[in-house]
Design a protein around this ligand. Structure first.
Ligand SMILES: *[C@@H]1O[C@H](CO)[C@@H](O)[C@H](O)[C@H]1NC(C)=O
Ligand SMILES: *[C@@H]1O[C@H](CO)[C@@H](O)[C@H](O)[C@H]1NC(C)=O
Ligand SMILES: *[C@@H]1O[C@H](CO)[C@@H](O)[C@H](O)[C@H]1NC(C)=O
Ligand SMILES: *[C@@H]1O[C@H](CO)[C@@H](O)[C@H](O)[C@H]1NC(C)=O
Ligand SMILES: *[C@@H]1O[C@H](CO)[C@@H](O)[C@H](O)[C@H]1NC(C)=O
Ligand SMILES: *[C@@H]1O[C@H](CO)[C@@H](O)[C@H](O)[C@H]1NC(C)=O
Length: 891
């Protein structure tokens, strides 16, 4: 260790709490300049930059960062501008500090960030705050900031021209994360900017700790400017300080950080300058003390070096670092090679005291280019059980619940629990145990997401407009003690299991004031399964039970009348739908000459109507004819089902033994043909997603748009037909049910489904329901994304799920997706599509989503794909432009 003078720099007192940077500038009477309107997104992957309080996204020409407005990230708050006298003109932050967003309403308001790369990576989060007397009250607020569910920092704004920022580096284990501002009663929370940057996973990673930046210095002359993006690829903000007595040396030669294997990627401009004491024997010493509140926190110091002198043979620079009394191994620097030292494997607490000396072997003095100090940030709180969070988010979205405090995590921190909801620990995980959504204007059916809330004890959905059946799964929530469904419009029958629980006293069940709820067993077992309004006047549940037998009769009569009336009405509207005689059918098909397909029910012929329209005529084979007792009634039912994603039934023939169905003809064949190996015209990824959305739309309509709901029972790729414009339409719906022989009494002989597509639950239960269709749809989706057939015929036939499952478990999405696409797809959209498919093919029907949810998710998936295309296109243009601005010398 060298003897002699020690140069000491003590900035410790400047750093109080979260205040990492304070800056004073003279005020300017300058107004906010109009922003350029270019619609694009940030040009760097893994980056989110939000300039809070602006109305439009804009590229900041000075920093080269593309800032977005808050609108996609936060629902509450108001846009504000700092008062003109307070406008800061900082070269790298100026514009973003001119606006801010304030949150006068609510205790907790959150920004929801969804980085493109998702979970499993290290990110740097940075929040900036500048009060700037925006409200003219000269009353700077103080408030708390949370990252996810954990306290991040307290922000105490000041009334001078000082702005604050705080940075944290965290490994994300969820795909989205909230940054929440919490009003603690000391003024309205504000925020000026929020930035998120994807880091290399190899850097700043200490076990699984969360690091808070305390100091990041480029040792150079002491001035107020900073270095950040684009000099720094990770957009770290470097402040400049000087070591008194040390001399600054600079090389003019470029240091290539891209080629070096130093992952810290310290900006070239920073590495090109270094300080050294003028005397060979002097040290470079630094001392920094933590505020007392943080005295127990572990600190981590990172040193960054690069030799900038082309040493001659008799010169040599070897240096040793002594950090808080511990001497680190000596290091020899190589000319223009970046070298980073850190983190430490011994505890550093309370203060940092280092000195850098030349070793005895060294002929040159010590040298330093830059250093950083991070603090271990305690994030002790775990978020609510992820399954519960996903479920409640789905519920919030599905029913469009817009309660002001339904932001961030539903349960933690406990003081900011969502309204109408309580939580409790189960096996040291926070779970939702109580949910009260009474009188919340909920519409639609009960979401299957409720089934995921398995810790639920009390669920109150009373006084809403909920419709559809009371789902059976409610009886399977293991902890449920209170269930209030009163005052809704539920239809159908109360599940037996639910009644049993209620009767045995384990469940407090309320179902009163549901006028359309049918309490009669026979409703469900009836072959037609028609669920119609039973009575139109207000009758309590008890009265209904008493009047059971009388009502049963009314029920049947009324149903018949309604059905007849409805059909008449529909048919007069659609006069094109018609019945054909057998000779007409024979004419249309020119004596059954052109066979275009053969299905389970018979051959399909191409035909032409008198007006020239092409049709597909399905002639039911004689072997399967006997059972069609209600052919006419069922055909009439199907004829009134119209949807853009369903193949229309134009008419039918029902003449004694001759039965035929006449459908619109689709020119582009079926989906199976398009996916098969022989096909040369490969469906693009976006076409596939569009087809998936179309098919989901059609199926969703059958399930939820028809009364009674129609279960397809035989969905497969060969039943999805394509129009000229590649719009998908589902064919053959309703056939298996309507035309299967004596279905109710001979379950085992019923021709339901196709091998590979058939709901595995069918084997045990013998029941086909909506969720069976969801399963088949999942298989179709897997075929669509992978291009594989449902069963791969080889020595051992392999089912598509067995084929794909191992690839998904390995995270090998690129091998899941059809290789013929040659990588032409958005990886996030691909993951999402596969995840949807896998949810649809879960073994138990109850685990599978409803088609309405599948449709919603697929639409998002399509948006993701189309969105990413536009981004890619425009993003690269911006990158090129700003590169020219930033490096004029590079040309
Ligand atoms: C501050 O230091 C940076 C880095 O050396 C330099 O580019 C800038 O000109 C300096 N600014 C002032 C005001 O001295
Ligand atoms: C470093 O800078 C000092 C003073 O600015 C100068 O005397 C010295 O020669 C420089 N050293 C090198 C190696 O450039
Ligand atoms: C460093 O010096 C050696 C001779 O001492 C010279 O050959 C070499 O080109 C120099 N390197 C650079 C990058 O200037
Ligand atoms: C810093 O460490 C040096 C030894 O490396 C020691 O002499 C000095 O007293 C320490 N300073 C403080 C403030 O602890
Ligand atoms: C809690 O943990 C115990 C033991 O690990 C386990 O048996 C039990 O099933 C868990 N409870 C729940 C509700 O997960
Ligand atoms: C739900 O909230 C309503 C009104 O806020 C209240 O009347 C009702 O008792 C609550 N339900 C439960 C189960 O606590």
């Amino acid at each position: 260790m060298g003897a002699g003078n020690t140069l000491v720099f003590k900035p410790g007192a400047i750093f109080i709490l979260a205040v990492l940077m304070a800056e004073s500038c003279a005020g300017h009477d300058k107004h906010v300049e109009p922003r350029k309107l270019i619609s694009t997104t940030d040009d760097r992957p893994g980056s989110i930059s939000i300039d809070c309080g602006v109305n439009e996204d804009y590229p900041d020409e000075q920093s080269g960062i593309y800032y977005k407005s808050d609108s996609d990230f936060v629902k509450a708050g108001e846009n504000k501008q700092v008062s003109p006298r307070y406008i800061l003109t900082h070269p790298q932050m100026g514009q973003m500090l001119q606006t801010l967003r304030s949150f006068p309403e609510g205790k907790k308001n959150c920004y929801n960030l969804k980085p493109e790369q998702g979970k499993g990576h290290h990110y740097m989060f940075r929040a900036m705050f500048y009060y700037g007397n925006y409200d003219g009250l000269q009353q700077p607020p103080s408030f708390e900031v949370y990252l996810g569910v954990n306290f991040w920092t307290t922000v105490s704004c000041s009334n001078d021209m000082t702005f604050y920022y705080n940075e944290i580096i965290q490994f994300l284990s969820t795909d989205t994360i909230d940054v929440c501002l919490v009003n603690t009663g000391s003024g309205i929370p504000i925020i000026s900017a929020l930035e998120l940057r994807l880091l290399n996973d190899a850097i700043y990673q200490i076990e699984s700790r969360v690091l808070g930046e305390r100091i990041r210095y480029d040792v150079i002359d002491n001035n107020f400017s900073t270095t950040r993006y684009k000099d720094d690829v990770y957009d770290r903000i470097w402040k400049h300080i000087t070591f008194p007595g040390a001399s600054l040396n600079k090389t003019m030669i470029n240091i290539d950080i891209q080629d070096s294997n130093n992952n810290y990627r310290i900006p070239t401009e920073i590495l090109k300058t270094a300080i050294q004491p003028s005397n060979r024997w002097d040290s470079l010493s630094y001392w920094f003390k933590m505020p007392t509140d943080y005295f127990e926190r572990d600190l981590y110091v990172y040193f960054h070096f690069a030799e900038i002198v082309n040493t001659t043979e008799d010169q040599r620079r070897e240096i040793s670092i002594t950090l808080n009394g511990v001497k680190l191994a000596p290091i020899t620097l190589e000319y223009l090679k970046p070298l980073s030292i850190g983190p430490q494997n011994f505890p550093i607490k309370g203060f940092v005291n280092f000195s850098i000396d030349a070793t005895a072997e060294s002929s040159l003095p010590p040298l330093l280019n830059a250093f950083e100090i991070y603090m271990d940030v305690k994030f002790p709180t775990s978020p609510t059980h992820l399954v519960d969070v996903d479920a409640i988010m789905d519920i919030k979205q599905m029913y469009k619940i817009s309660r002001p405090n339904w932001q961030g995590d539903p349960c933690v921190p406990g003081a900011y629990e969502w309204s109408g909801l309580h939580c409790g620990f189960e096996n040291s995980t926070m779970r939702i145990t109580y949910l009260n959504l009474s009188s919340s204007n909920l519409e639609g059916e009960i979401s299957s997401s409720f089934f995921s809330l398995t810790a639920m004890v009390s669920l109150d959905l009373s006084n809403n407009k909920l419709t559809g059946p009371v789902p059976e799964f409610l009886a399977q929530l293991p902890k449920l003690k209170v269930l209030d469904l009163s005052g809704n419009k539920f239809k159908g029958q109360i599940p037996k299991a639910l009644m049993e629980k209620s009767n045995s006293g384990t469940l407090q069940l309320r179902l009163d004031e549901n006028l359309d709820l049918c309490l009669i067993d026979t409703c469900e077992n009836n072959h037609k399964r028609m669920v119609r309004p039973i009575v139109a006047s207000a009758v309590s549940v008890v009265a209904l039970l008493i009047l059971l037998s009388v009502l049963l009769i009314i029920c049947i009569i009324k149903r018949r009348r309604q059905k007849g009336a409805k059909l008449k009405e529909e048919r007069s509207m659609k006069s094109k739908n018609k019945t054909f005689t057998y000779s007409e059918i024979s004419n249309i098909t020119t004596n059954f000459t052109m066979v275009i397909g053969e299905g389970g029910f018979g051959k399909v012929y191409l035909g032409t109507l008198n007006d020239g329209t092409h049709v597909a005529v399905k002639v039911l084979s004689s072997s399967s004819k006997q059972g069609y007792k209600e052919f006419q009634a069922e055909a009439q039912l199907l004829i009134i089902v119209h949807h853009k994603n369903l193949v229309s039934l134009v008419g039918y023939c029902d003449e004694d033994d001759n039965k035929a169905l006449v459908y619109e003809n689709l020119v582009n064949g079926n989906l199976r043909q398009h996916l098969s190996d022989g096909n040369t015209n490969i469906l693009s990824w976006i076409e596939r997603l569009q087809i998936a959305v179309d098919a989901a739309h059609g199926l969703e309509y059958l399930h939820n748009g028809c009364r009674p709901p129609i279960v397809h029972r035989d969905l497969k790729t060969s039943n999805i037909l394509l129009t000229e414009n590649m719009q998908a339409k589902i064919a053959d719906f309703g056939l298996s049910r309507a035309f299967s022989t004596e279905f109710a009494s001979h379950i085992s002989t019923c021709p339901a489904g196709t091998p590979g597509y058939l709901d595995p639950e069918f084997h045990s239960s013998g029941i086909i329901n909506k969720k069976s269709d969801v399963y088949s749809f999942g298989i179709v989706l897997l075929e669509l994304v992978s291009g594989q057939p449902v069963i791969l015929r080889g020595e051992e036939p392999i089912h598509i799920i067995e084929l794909i499952n191992p690839l998904i478990e390995r995270g090998d999405i690129r091998r899941v997706i059809d290789p013929r696409l040659q990588g032409e797809f958005n990886i996030n959209a691909a993951w999402k599509a596969v995840e949807i498919a896998m949810a649809c093919v879960l073994p138990l029907g109850i685990q599978r989503p409803d088609m309405s949810q599948v449709l919603l998710e697929l639409k998002e998936c399509l948006d993701l794909e189309t969105g990413s295309r536009e981004t890619q296109k425009i993003g690269s243009q911006i990158l090129n432009n700003s590169l020219e601005i930033a490096h004029p010398l590079a040309r």
